[in-house]
Design a binder for this molecule. Structure first.
Ligand SMILES: NC(=O)c1ccc[n+]([C@@H]2O[C@H](COP(=O)([O-])OP(=O)(O)OC[C@H]3O[C@@H](n4cnc5c(N)ncnc54)[C@H](OP(=O)(O)O)[C@@H]3O)[C@@H](O)[C@H]2O)c1
Length: 493
């Protein structure tokens, strides 16, 4: 419960804060400190249990936080229009805080949910809160703990009206890439959380691709994790330059203090997740967008986390010979190129999902701006994102990112190496689901003709689902169980 000291501070600090934060766990406390460190901000803070508020006050007196012990007190501490960022446990926690804030806020005030909400929840919440006259903004915030403190990439949705007040505040705390704050008004209602979800999906694919690259190099060349760390550090100076490549080198170099073994060999090989990758795949399935690289990354984590199945399958046969690499340097370069090509596919698929989501939900999302705000502060930050921004600037109607001249050239340059790596992995029995599915997607996309024609024939055979012909308009059905003549169908099923 609040201390006497807090009560005294409240009386003397009424309505002085221009921004408030609700939820002071890892993310909220760091975001509050980030806000407090920027010129002109005075930050009100509230947490359900007062202990976290007190801890933050005690550890960071320099921040000048204005603490509140109740939602009412929190509202009274904020200048109008009140602006509060919620950083609490996604789901029920977020709903509980919104309900409480709606009771004490007034029309024109702004509630921002900075947690990892499912975008359809954000659409629902925005609609409900809007009826009270209060603005609700779902904002994706990427960059974890460190980003929240030093500058995250921020993807806000919500109304144009709330962006007027919120924009300058979010710009002040966002990461900066090449002089630009990594924040843009993504679109209305759930657009921000939708784009954050896709960001996380791409992150899954990127991490899985890097993990496959590491595994192939280790098994193919016998190099140690520390030696492979050097390779990743080298790659980080080229076209693969990115935060994920950089931290991969750090993780591979780490030695376990207890055993003296590389830490990566001591960590249990069962990858967890918090669900945003699954959401990306589920949503993309609903939208009809093949995000196969992201899906394979999610499945790879699921497979890794099935110890009983893995134990039961361990004795199943594989190829006689493991990966035999004649020229280690050439193989490593092939893997680098395969990684780059597959990464292009992962981003291309992610942007396809953004385009489809924008169309489905009526959001005006500027793809180039999204790539630009991912250049800093977030987990997938990378040099490469500049090329995506340029591609959409040159052709805003670009139908597939991989077909933009820069990326088409990159894939043309790397595709032979990509194929060699996928072949070598399959022959040696080394799982490379993200590399190989990305290549299959690429070949499917560029194919003149796909066996989908046969699938249509099968569908027509067993379900009279009809088909179209290449040589004339109309919808057709073959009388499979009759004389097998073709008739023109009136109604497509
Ligand atoms: N951790 C990350 O790296 C990361 C990165 C990006 C986004 N996010 C998102 O940011 C949000 C915050 O993450 P976090 O890791 O800092 O915290 P968290 O562990 O997800 O949530 C803990 C916070 O939620 C509060 N809370 C839970 N239920 C509540 C309720 N019914 N009413 C009021 N408050 C409630 C807790 O209050 P008490 O102290 O009273 O229990 C505590 O402040 C989440 O949505 C998370 O998904 C996290």
């Amino acid at each position: 419960m609040p201390s006497e000291r807090r009560k005294v501070s409240h009386v003397s600090q009424e309505a002085q804060a221009n921004i408030g934060v609700v939820g002071l766990a890892v993310m909220g406390s760091n975001l509050a400190r980030n806000l407090a460190s920027r010129e002109g901000n005075t930050v009100a803070i509230f947490n359900r249990s007062y202990e976290k508020t007190q801890t933050l006050l005690d550890e960071h007196p320099e921040a000048g936080f204005l603490p509140a012990a109740s939602y009412r007190e929190f509202a009274d501490t904020l200048q109008k229009p009140r602006t509060a960022i919620i950083m609490v446990q996604a789901g029920k926690g977020t709903d509980a805080v919104i309900d409480a804030l709606v009771e004490v806020f007034e029309p024109g005030d702004i509630i921002v949910d900075g947690g990892n909400a499912l975008f359809t929840d954000t659409i629902r919440r925005e609609k409900a809160v809007r009826e009270t006259g209060i603005n609700f903004v779902g904002a994706g915030i990427s960059g974890g703990e460190e980003g929240a403190l030093n500058g995250p990439s921020i993807m806000p949705g919500g109304s144009d009206e709330s962006w007027v007040t919120l924009g300058p505040i979010l710009k002040s705390i966002a990461a900066v890439a090449e002089g630009e704050p990594c924040v843009t008004h993504v679109g209305h209602d759930g657009a921000g959380h939708f784009v954050k979800m896709i960001h996380n999906g791409i992150e899954y694919a990127d991490m899985q691709l890097i993990a496959e690259a590491y595994d192939l190099i280790r098994r193919g060349t016998g190099k140690s994790p520390a030696e492979i760390a050097d390779i990743f550090a080298e790659w980080n100076r080229g076209e693969l330059e990115s935060y994920l490549i950089e931290i991969t080198a750090e993780v591979l170099r780490q030695v376990d203090a207890e055993t003296g073994a590389p830490l990566v060999d001591v960590i249990l090989d069962q990858a967890g997740s918090k669900g945003t990758g699954v959401w990306t795949v589920q949503t993309s399935l609903d939208l009809g967008i093949p995000v196969s690289g992201i899906a394979e990354a999610v499945f790879a984590r699921s497979l890794s986390s099935k110890p009983a199945q893995r134990a039961a399958a361990r004795s199943l046969p594989g190829p006689d010979e493991g990966l035999v690499v004649a020229d280690a340097d050439a193989f490593i370069e092939d893997v680098r190129q395969a990684l780059y090509a597959s990464k292009i596919i992962a981003y291309s698929q992610g942007f396809d999902a953004i385009v489809a989501g924008a169309e489905q939900y009526g959001w005006d999302i500027k793809k180039g701006d999204i790539a630009a705000i991912w250049r800093g502060g977030c987990i997938i930050r990378a040099q490469f994102l500049n090329r995506i921004t340029e591609a959409y600037a040159a052709d805003p109607g670009l139908v597939a990112l991989v077909t933009a001249p820069y990326f088409a050239d990159a894939v043309a340059r790397t595709q032979q190496a990509w194929r060699r790596v996928v072949v070598a992995a399959a022959q040696a029995g080394i799982p490379s689901p993200a590399f190989s599915s990305s290549l299959a997607y690429y070949d499917g996309l560029r194919a003149d003709r796909l066996p989908a024609a046969l699938v249509q024939g099968q569908r027509d055979f067993f379900g009279a689902h009809t088909y179209k012909r290449v040589d004339r308009d109309g919808t057709f059905h073959t009388l499979w169980s009759g004389d097998r003549t073709e008739i023109q169908a009136v109604d497509a099923h």
